[in-house]
Ligand binder design. Structure first.
Ligand SMILES: [Zn+2]
Length: 273
């Protein structure tokens, strides 16, 4: 059937029809708000390179969490900014039971139990060079760093995190974290994987000011993906979806530059089933 019998505008003629056939809708249920927690008390400091985003001490974070929850937002994603003197080559601040993220999670879950708290799992905020794990001759060591990431994920779970979000783009990180969480009694805790994370200068304000973990030297191109490759992104996502142990929750980042990947995921849903 074609025009004039076929007229797609019939279902656009009024608000009722348009609401009825809407294919995409966004509500506060779909939103996750990233928040940056810092040591101290009474701190709510706007970041100049990320306007309307703040560094929050735990007491102010709790107030922000209450407000967000009242607005109907489902979840926050927590990034920790530790004191400089807790940074070391083993990133111990990432997985110590009283680390900045662990304390923040406990405080938010105590005050606003229904707000979902997702925690960023990486080591770059906790090493003096700001690389995402253990370095040897300038190279990011994959398997040694995985062990620390697994400890970090378990410590976040112990603090009450509702979902962990590993961000380092290391080989095997999803399977390693899944096994560590299961062994720690957190088999019901989901993982949100940064599956296709591209090396990009767009992160610079985020690292320089947001998490205060600008690289002391080098770059992240040996583990984050080259911006030229979308087939490789599909392979990364397929690998993660096999290991994630749930209906996949995957992230492609920075999404403004790699919309083609998200589009490909849409038309190739078996990748994330
Ligand atoms: Zn990192």
């Amino acid at each position: 059937m074609s025009y004039p019998a076929q007229r797609l505008r019939r279902l656009r003629q009024n608000t009722g029809f348009r609401r009825l056939v809407r294919e995409t809708s966004i509500s506060t249920d779909d939103l996750i708000l990233p928040l940056f927690v810092v040591p101290g008390h009474g701190i709510k400091k706007e970041m100049s390179s990320l306007p309307e985003n703040y560094h929050l001490s735990i007491d102010c974070l709790v107030e922000e969490a209450k407000e967000i929850s009242d607005l109907g937002v489902s979840a926050i994603l927590l990034f920790g900014v530790p004191e400089n003197d807790v940074k070391d080559d083993q990133a111990t601040g990432a997985y110590c039971p009283n680390g900045i993220v662990q304390r923040a999670v406990r405080a938010v879950k105590d005050a606003v139990p229904d707000l979902m708290v997702i925690t960023d799992v990486c080591l770059c905020e906790y090493t003096p060079h700001s690389h995402c794990g253990i370095l040897k001759d300038g190279y990011l060591m994959n398997d040694l760093s995985l062990e620390l990431l697994a400890k970090t994920a378990v410590s976040h779970a112990e603090a009450g995190s509702d979902m962990v979000a590993p961000a380092a783009m290391l080989d095997g990180q999803i399977g390693t974290l899944r096994r560590a969480l299961d062994a720690g009694g957190f088999e019901n805790l989901p993982i949100m994987a940064y599956s296709a994370k591209y090396a990009s200068k767009l992160y610079d304000p985020f690292f320089r000011e947001g998490t205060q973990s600008a690289l002391a030297h080098g770059d992240k191109r040996t583990h984050q993906m080259p911006i030229s490759n979308s087939n490789e992104a599909m392979r990364e996502i397929a690998l993660d979806s096999k290991n994630i142990g749930q209906i996949a929750v995957v992230i492609v980042r920075p999404n403004v530059l790699v919309a083609v990947c998200i589009d490909q995921l849409h038309v190739d849903p078996h990748l994330v089933s």
